[in-house]
Design a protein around this ligand. Structure first.
Ligand SMILES: N[C@@H](CCC(=O)N[C@@H](CSS)C(=O)NCC(=O)O)C(=O)O
Length: 246
C-alpha cells in the first residue's frame, strides 16, 4: 500500500423500498470511488452524491444477484461508460470483472477490498473486506446478505443452503478481527452497522453459542414471504443489471 495522505470516504445510503444499503467508498487522495450494491431506482441520488463530492466512480460492485431489487449496474454503465461492474464468478452471471476468493478490487492507490466467498444465502454471495492502511484502525467488512445485524440472509432459494451459510459465517466472517465493523446489505430494524464481536455474542441465529442443528431449525422455520421482485430481479441481476430482452 502506498503512503499518500488519505482517508477512507464512506457513505451508507439507504433504499426505503427494499431496505437495501448501498455503500459509496472512495480514496480521498485519488478520488477513485466504488459503489457496493446500488439500486436501479436510486441512480440519480447516488450519482449526485458522487458528483457533489468530486469523486470518480470506477467500479459498481454487487455482493450477489439480488432477489428483491434490480442492481443499478446496467444503468450506471450506460451513463458512465468507463465504469466496470463486478460480481462473483460463482454467481454465474454477467459482469465486467468476475471475482473469486482472495481477489482484490483496488480503490485508488491506498485501499483495496478483498473478496471473501460467503455462499449460503445464494451460491454466489461474496463479502468484501477493507483493511485500513492506518495502523490499529479497525477493518470493515461488507457482508451483503450473508451476515445481517442480529440475523443473516434467508436460505430458501437461489441455491441457498443453511449448512453452507453457517460455515461461511462461522468459519470465515467470525474469524476476522473481532473489532471489524460489519456493514450489511440490508437492515429491517433501523440499525446501521455492527461488529464481529457483537454478532458472535448476540446474533440470535448463529452467534457463538448456537449449533448447526439449532441454526438449521431456525432457518427452516423463518416463514418469510417470497420477495415480490424475485422473478424480475434475478434474471436482470445475472445479466449485469439489464432485464433480458431490454
Ligand atoms: N419482503 C422483502 C424480502 C425480505 C427478504 O426476504 N429479505 C432477504 C434479503 S433480500 S432477498 C433476507 O434474506 N431476509 C432475511 C431476514 O431474516 O429477513 C421483499 O418482498 O422483497
Amino acid at each position: 500500500m502506498s503512503q499518500h495522505p488519505t482517508f477512507m470516504f464512506l457513505r451508507q445510503l439507504f433504499d426505503r423500498t427494499s431496505c437495501t444499503y448501498t455503500y459509496l467508498l472512495a480514496d480521498s487522495y485519488s478520488k477513485h470511488a466504488v459503489l457496493i450494491d446500488p439500486v436501479d431506482t436510486l441512480v440519480d441520488r447516488d450519482l449526485r452524491v458522487i458528483s457533489e463530492c468530486g469523486l470518480q466512480l470506477v467500479y459498481v460492485i454487487n455482493t450477489h444477484a439480488h432477489a428483491d431489487h434490480i442492481s443499478a449496474s446496467g444503468i450506471i454503465k450506460k451513463r458512465i461508460p468507463s465504469v466496470k461492474s463486478v460480481m462473483s464468478k460463482a454467481s454465474r452471471g454477467k459482469a465486467d470483472v468476475l471475482v473469486k476468493e482472495n481477489d482484490s478490487i483496488e480503490i485508488g492507490p491506498n485501499y483495496s477490498l478483498k473478496v471473501i466467498e460467503t455462499p449460503g444465502h445464494t451460491a454466489g454471495c461474496v463479502s468484501y473486506y477493507l483493511t485500513s492502511p492506518i495502523q490499529n484502525e479497525p477493518g470493515i467488512v461488507f457482508t451483503g446478505d450473508a451476515l445481517l445485524i442480529r440475523g443473516c440472509g434467508r436460505t430458501d432459494f437461489q441455491e441457498g443452503s443453511s449448512d453452507t451459510l453457517f460455515s461461511s459465517i462461522r468459519e470465515k466472517l467470525f474469524k476476522l478481527p473481532h473489532n471489524t465493523i460489519v456493514y450489511p446489505g440490508h437492515d429491517y430494524n433501523g440499525i446501521t452497522c455492527s461488529t464481529i464481536a457483537e454478532e458472535l455474542d448476540f446474533n440470535p441465529r448463529l452467534g457463538k453459542e448456537k449449533t448447526l442443528a439449532e441454526f438449521q431449525e431456525i432457518m427452516t422455520n423463518l416463514k418469510l414471504s417470497y420477495p415480490k421482485m424475485i422473478d424480475v430481479a434475478v434474471p436482470a441481476n445475472l445479466n449485469d443489471g439489464i432485464s433480458p430482452g431490454e
